[in-house]
Write a protein that binds this ligand. Structure first.
Ligand SMILES: Cc1ncc(COP(=O)(O)O)c(C=O)c1O
Length: 405
């Protein structure tokens, strides 16, 4: 039981959690107000009580053995990945995993990493920053088009097969087999499993790594589970890259900070993280449904993509209003969303990436209503042609007509 001494206990934590700014959820954030502060504090106290003086010295650059063990168990339970602690490298999030991969991929002759289109702007920027070209590969309702991947000639590809960002497409069985055939011809798959734990209306899809460990470099993090600010993630590289990646991590920072690693290990071991995830799932489903209902009411003709999992959905709309303009106008009114065109290299319908996880259902619905009003105003603006279009969007989708579908 957490004890309250001089304002450092549960009351203080509740006050801190309750200090809210106006509702402006980041489109891809989990509910940060749900961060398990008391459980974290309790686990940190326990960890400190057990820690020896020697433990506070330099550690293993691959990460604390205890966390690597806990992550191995977590991956076996939640992602069907069967690996041992020595197969895992603890890193500062997917962002650092990609940075560590730069020199290693280069040393193996890779100078081009194909990416999904649409696909995450952020991860693409990390690759560009490393000097890689990022040929775009179109995504359809079955996932990445492997025929188009072959045509790029790239020997590595970055994919989000469990819940494609941003369309939400789940890579189909046939496409997975095709992708694995491509990899068995010498390709490397970098599997970004950024939000796979958050699924609602469909059974879990096993990670690609679980079927082809030699050719898949698996990346995960707590950014969507707990908070991006923790900067903790993990990678499970193909065995042939393990030593080089460990060296890259050692030369970068000698390994992640120890205390947060041990606290996270404890939350994983005790089942506390799993309970947290269950709590989040319930909230997310209610918020997602509220957003879909509000979109149906206020953006008729729009198409929702990828609502069965994750923390965001993508909506495409038939009006010829540039999504950058719509997102900027919405932001000026306090609603934060990302234009779909940010995540495209190839032309496609305008759309928005909308987060529903971070705020209460009422605020999520209000945001959707405001978006609808903003879109109507921009459509009527004198410089703009009248609304046209069919409502069909890229990738898998459902026309917004009420309910969750
Ligand atoms: C596609 C994608 N991959 C990975 C991440 C997570 O990055 P990190 O683990 O560095 O916080 C995000 C975060 O928004 C993301 O959208």
């Amino acid at each position: 039981m957490l004890r309250v001494h001089g304002g450092t206990g549960a009351g203080c934590l509740r006050r801190a959690a309750g200090r809210r700014r106006p509702h402006r959820p980041h489109p891809r954030a989990p509910d940060l107000s749900a961060f398990p502060r008391a459980a974290w504090l309790r686990a940190e106290r326990d960890v400190l009580a057990e820690l020896s003086a020697e433990d506070l010295g330099y550690g293993d650059p691959r990460g604390a053995p205890r966390l690597r063990r806990a992550v191995a168990d977590w991956l076996a339970r939640s992602r069907d990945i069967r690996v041992g602690p020595d197969d895992i490298l603890i890193v500062a999030g997917t962002a650092q995993a990609l940075t560590l991969l730069h020199p290693v991929l280069r040393a193996h002759g890779v100078d081009s990493v194909a990416v999904e289109d649409p696909g995450s702007l952020g991860t693409r920027q990390h690759l560009l920053n490393g000097g890689f070209t990022t040929p775009p590969v179109p995504v359809d309702e079955d996932g990445l088009r492997v025929d188009a991947l072959r045509a790029t000639g790239a020997s590595a590809v970055l994919v989000t097969p469990a819940h494609q960002f941003p369309t939400g497409a789940v890579t189909s069985g046939e496409r997975r087999r095709e992708l694995l055939r491509w990899a068995s011809d010498g390709g490397l798959i970098v599997e970004d499993d950024y939000d796979a734990e958050h699924r609602y209306d469909r059974p879990p899809v096993p990670a690609l790594h679980s079927v082809f460990a030699d050719r898949v470099c698996y990346l995960g993090s707590v950014s969507k589970l707990l908070a991006p600010a923790l900067r903790i993630g993990w990678m499970v590289p193909p065995p042939r890259y393990r030593k080089e990646l460990t060296d890259a991590k050692r030369f970068t920072d000698l390994g992640n900070a120890l205390l947060p690693q041990l606290v996270l290990a404890r939350l994983m071991e005790s089942g506390r993280l799993e309970r947290h995830l269950r709590l989040l799932r319930g909230r997310h489903v209610r918020r997602r449904d509220a957003m879909i209902d509000a979109l149906a009411a206020h953006l008729p003709g729009a198409v929702v993509h990828g609502a069965a999992a994750g923390l965001h959905l993508t909506v495409t709309y038939p009006q010829e209003v540039p999504d950058t303009e719509l997102a900027a106008a919405a932001l000026a009114r306090g609603v934060k969303c990302q234009p779909l065109s940010w995540h495209r290299q190839l032309p496609g319908r305008p759309g928005l990436v909308l987060g529903y996880a971070a705020g209460p259902s009422g605020a999520v619905a209000e945001g959707a209503e405001l978006l609808g009003r903003t879109l109507r105003e921009l459509t009527r603006a004198p410089s703009r042609p009248a609304a046209i279009g069919t409502g069909a969007g890229a990738g898998t989708g459902q026309t917004v007509s009420g309910g969750t579908g």
